[in-house]
Ligand binder design. Structure first.
Ligand code: BGC
Length: 727
C-alpha cells in the first residue's frame, strides 16, 4: 500500500466510525467491517458495489429500493450507509416537506437560490451557462444534504399548452440535449446525482396520471428520447425518473420496452430508475418492468409500498428471483457510492455571490427581443423622465409557484424592484397593476391613466404559475393571454404608443390583438431571483439581449402540429402523436406555415453579418463547417449561429431541416470572428425502423447556417459517399 492509500484508509475508518457510531465500535465483526473493500475508494466502483451487496441482508436490500419518507430512502447504519435524500428540482433545491406528507416541514435552513426556468436557460443557446447552472444546483444540493436532485426535466414541447413547458428546454431535441448534458455533468461533478425526468413522453399535464401515449418509432427515437439518450450516454446521468403516463398501453414505471430494452440494454444505463411520486402501479410490473426505486406511493406505512413487502413475498414464493432484486440494489448502490455516500462529501455552498451572478447572467442571456421598431429599446436612462410600470408580473413573486419546481427563495428581485434600483433615483416611476385574477375595470383605468402621464410604459404581464397556467397538474385551456390583458394592452398602447411589452411565461401566447401596435416586445420566461436586475440591465442597455427562442411561437394555437392534427389532448384515454417527427419548427417548415416568431429567432441591439461558408472534411463523414460573423452595428453583442441540415433526397420522410449545431459568439462593434461547428455522421442520421438503428445514408445534403430557423444566411452542399448504421 502506498503512503497515500494508507492515509486515505485511515480517513475512511475515522469517517466510518463517525457515521456508524457505537454500532461499529461494539460490533463483534468490527475488525472485518474495517477491512471492507467497499469502503476503500481507491477500488474500482464495480468491485465496491459487489462487495457491499454481498454483505447485505434481504431486509437491507429491500430497504434501498423504496422510500421511507416523501423524499428519502432508509439508512443502513450497520454498513455505514446514511439516509439518502432526494429533492426537487430543476430550478433550485426545493424546501423540505413531510416527512409523510406534502406540507412544508417548517425548517429554517431550507432556502435556496431561485434560478431561471429551464425553457429560459435553453433560450440562452449558451451551453456554458448550462454548466454554470448545474454547478449552482450541485453546490446548493450538497450544502442542503441532498444526494439526488430531481432534474433536469427534458420532455419536449409538443404543445404550447403543457403546464410544465417552463420546466423543459423547449421543442428541439438537439438544443435540449446540449443543455441537459452540460447541466447534468456540472451537478454530478459536485458529487450529487442528477435525475433525467420524465421518461418518457410526459408531454402534457392533462390526464398525465392515466393518459396512454402512442407514437411511431421514429418520433420516439428521433425526437422524444434524444435528450434522455444524451443524458445517459454523454452525461452519465445516475438516475432517471419514469413518467406518470402510459406508453403504448403500459405504465412508464413498468414499461419493459422503455426501461429494460432501450434504457438499460441498448443505451447501457447503469444507474437507477425511480418512479415519479405515486406513479407505481403494481409489484410485478415494477419489479419486472425495470423500476429500481419506488418513491411517493400514497400508502403508509412504507412496508406497504409495492417494492417492499410485496417484493419480499414474491421472492419467497419464487415469483421473482434474487438476481432481479440484486440488480436493482446494485443500481442503487452505484448511485450512492458515486455520490460518496460512505466517505461523505463535505459542505457545499449556498446563495453565494457567484450563484447570484450566475443567476443574473443566465437571466440576461435568456431574454429574447422579439420586436424592436425604430430602436425603441434600449431606453436611454438620461433621456427618459418618467416611466409607468404596468402589469401584475412587475410585482409578482414567481419562485414559490408551479408545483414541484417551486423554490423557497432567499430573495427575488421583481421587475419593478429591478427598475427602481437601476434608475429610481433619476426617473419618476409609477406603478399600476392593470389587472388581477380577472379583468378589472378600475385597475385598467388606473393603468391607462398612468400610461398617459408617462414618457414610456414598461408593461410586464404574460402568464404566471397559478393553476391553469404554467403549473404542474393542468394544461392551459388556450394560448391566449389571461385576465383580459389583450384588451388592456390595446388601451394602454392607445394612451401611450411608447409601450414596451415584457412577457413572462414558459410557452407562447397569441399576440394578434396588440402586437402590431407596440414598438418593442421582450420574452422574459421566468428569470429567477435576479430577474428584475437582469431585466433592468437589458431595458437600459447595460446588456444587449442575446436570447433566441427555444420554441416556435405560432400565430394561432390551431397552427401548431398536435392541434392542427386534432391530436391534443387525446380521445378515450389515448393521445396519438400522429404528427410524428413534425414537432415545432419541423412542422412549420415542412408544412410551410408562417409562425408568429420562428424557433431560434431573437433580435439584438446590434447587427451581425455572415460570410465565407466552407465545409472542411477531416475524414469521410467528419466535417467542420466554418464561416465568419461580423458585428456591423454599434454595440457589443451576442449572436447565435445556427446550423441546420437538410436531406435533399430522403428515402423516408424527413423534416424540411433539422438543427445539428450552434455556436454563440460575443463580438465588439466592427469585430469579426471565424466560427467552427463540427458535424459527424450522426448529424445526418435518421432512425430506420427496418434496421432498428440510426442510419446516415449516402447522398446529398444542404448545410444551412442562419440567425434563426427562418433567417438562413449561408448555405452549402455536402455529400456522404457511404451509408453507415449507428449500432
Ligand atoms: C413530479 C416530479 C417531481 C415529484 C416529486 C411529481 O409530481 O412530476 O417531477 O420530481 O413530483 O416532487
Amino acid at each position: 500500500m502506498t503512503q497515500l492509500l494508507k492515509t486515505r484508509w485511515i480517513v475512511f475508518v475515522v469517517i466510518l466510525i463517525g457515521a456508524c457510531g457505537s454500532l461499529i465500535v461494539t460490533n463483534s465483526s468490527h475488525a472485518q467491517e474495517q477491512r471492507a473493500l467497499y469502503l476503500d475508494v481507491s477500488q474500482p466502483l464495480e468491485r465496491r458495489v459487489e462487495d457491499l451487496l454481498s454483505r447485505m441482508t434481504l431486509e437491507e436490500k429491500l430497504a434501498v429500493v423504496h422510500a421511507d419518507s416523501k423524499f428519502t430512502s432508509a439508512a443502513i447504519p450497520r454498513l455505514g450507509l446514511p439516509r439518502r435524500w432526494l429533492s426537487d428540482g430543476p430550478h433550485g433545491v426545493r424546501e423540505d416537506v413531510g416527512p409523510d406528507n406534502w406540507l412544508p416541514a417548517g425548517h429554517t435552513d431550507d432556502f435556496a437560490s431561485f434560478m431561471p426556468a429551464l425553457v429560459g436557460l435553453a433560450a440562452t443557446w449558451n451551453s456554458d451557462l448550462a454548466t454554470a447552472y448545474g454547478k449552482v444546483i450541485g453546490e446548493e444540493a450538497r450544502q442542503r444534504g441532498k444526494q439526488i436532485m430531481l432534474g433536469p426535466g427534458m420532455n419536449i414541447m409538443r404543445t404550447p399548452l403543457n403546464g410544465r413547458n417552463f420546466e423543459y428546454p423547449g421543442e428541439d431535441p438537439f438544443l435540449s440535449s446540449r443543455m441537459v448534458v452540460n447541466y447534468i455533468r456540472a451537478v454530478q461533478a459536485e458529487d450529487v446525482s442528477s435525475c433525467a425526468k420524465h421518461f418518457a413522453a410526459n408531454d402534457q399535464e392533462y390526464q398525465r396520471g392515466t393518459i396512454n401515449v402512442e407514437m411511431d418509432e421514429r418520433a420516439l427515437r428521433e425526437i422524444y428520447l434524444r435528450p434522455f439518450q444524451a443524458a445517459v450516454q454523454e452525461a452519465g446521468v445516475r438516475t432517471v425518473m419514469s413518467a406518470y403516463n402510459k406508453f403504448r398501453g403500459k405504465w412508464c414505471s413498468e414499461n419493459e420496452y422503455l426501461l429494460n430494452k432501450i434504457l438499460k440494454d441498448e443505451w447501457g444505463f447503469k444507474g437507477l430508475v425511480m418512479s415519479d411520486w405515486n406513479g407505481t402501479h403494481s409489484t410485478k410490473g415494477a419489479v419486472l418492468g425495470g423500476l429500481d426505486l419506488e418513491m411517493g406511493t400514497e400508502v403508509l406505512p412504507y412496508e406497504r409500498f409495492f417494492m417492499a413487502n410485496g417484493f419480499r413475498d414474491g421472492l419467497s414464493s419464487g415469483e421473482f428471483s434474487m438476481s432481479v432484486l440484486d440488480d436493482k440494489v446494485r443500481r442503487n448502490l452505484r448511485q450512492m457510492l458515486e455520490t460518496k455516500a460512505v466517505e461523505g462529501r463535505g459542505t457545499g455552498a449556498i446563495n453565494t455571490k457567484e450563484h447570484q451572478a450566475t443567476a443574473r447572467r443566465i437571466a440576461e442571456e435568456s431574454f429574447v427581443l422579439l420586436k424592436n421598431d425604430n430602436n425603441a429599446l434600449p431606453l436611454d436612462p438620461n433621456a427618459v423622465k418618467s416611466i409607468a410600470v404596468i402589469g401584475e408580473n412587475a410585482i409578482q413573486l414567481q419562485a414559490y409557484g408551479g408545483g414541484s419546481a417551486r423554490i423557497k427563495a432567499f430573495y427575488e428581485i421583481t421587475p419593478l424592484e429591478g427598475i427602481l434600483r437601476r434608475i429610481g433615483d433619476r426617473v419618476n416611476i409609477s406603478f399600476a397593476k392593470g389587472y388581477s385574477d380577472k379583468p378589472n375595470e378600475e385597475l385598467a383605468s388606473q393603468a391607462v391613466r398612468a400610461a398617459s402621464q408617462a414618457d414610456v410604459v414598461v408593461y410586464v404581464g404574460g402568464l404566471n404559475h397559478r393553476p391553469g397556467f404554467d403549473a404542474e397538474g393542468t394544461d392551459r385551456k388556450d394560448m391566449k393571454l389571461p385576465y383580459g390583458q389583450d384588451e388592456l394592452l390595446s388601451k394602454i398602447v392607445a394612451a401611450n404608443p411608447r409601450t414596451i411589452v415584457v412577457l413572462f411565461g414558459g410557452a407562447p401566447v397569441e399576440m394578434g390583438p396588440w402586437l402590431g401596435k407596440v414598438p418593442a416586445l421582450l420574452q422574459a420566461w421566468y428569470p429567477g431571483m435576479e430577474g428584475g436586475n437582469a431585466l433592468a440591465r437589458v431595458l437600459f442597455g447595460d446588456v444587449n439581449p442575446s436570447g433566441r427562442l427555444s420554441c416556435t411561437f405560432p400565430r394561432r394555437l390551431e397552427d401548431s402540429p398536435a392541434h392542427a392534427m386534432g391530436n391534443y389532448p387525446g380521445k378515450d384515454g389515448t393521445v396519438k402523436y400522429e404528427e410524428g417527427l413534425l414537432v415545432g419548427y419541423r412542422w412549420f417548415d415542412t408544412k410551410n406555415i408562417e409562425p408568429l416568431f420562428p424557433f431560434g429567432f431573437g433580435l439584438s441591439y446590434t447587427k451581425f453579418e455572415y460570410s465565407g461558408l466552407r465545409i472542411e472534411a477531416d475524414k469521410p463523414g467528419v466535417m467542420s463547417v466554418k464561416f465568419e460573423i461580423s458585428n456591423v452595428g454599434t454595440r457589443e453583442g451576442g449572436e447565435v449561429a445556427q446550423l441546420y441540415v437538410q436531406d435533399l433526397k430522403p428515402r423516408l420522410q424527413r423534416p424540411f431541416k433539422e438543427l445539428k449545431g450552434f455556436s454563440k459568439v460575443f463580438l465588439k462593434p466592427g469585430e469579426k470572428q471565424t466560427v467552427e461547428i463540427p458535424l459527424n455522421r450522426s448529424s445526418f442520421a435518421f432512425y430506420d425502423p427496418a434496421q432498428h438503428s440510426f442510419t446516415a445514408e449516402k447522398g446529398d445534403y444542404k448545410v444551412l447556417v442562419g440567425s434563426s430557423s427562418r433567417d438562413i444566411r449561408l448555405e452549402a452542399l455536402t455529400r456522404l459517399t457511404t451509408t453507415t448504421l449507428e449500432k
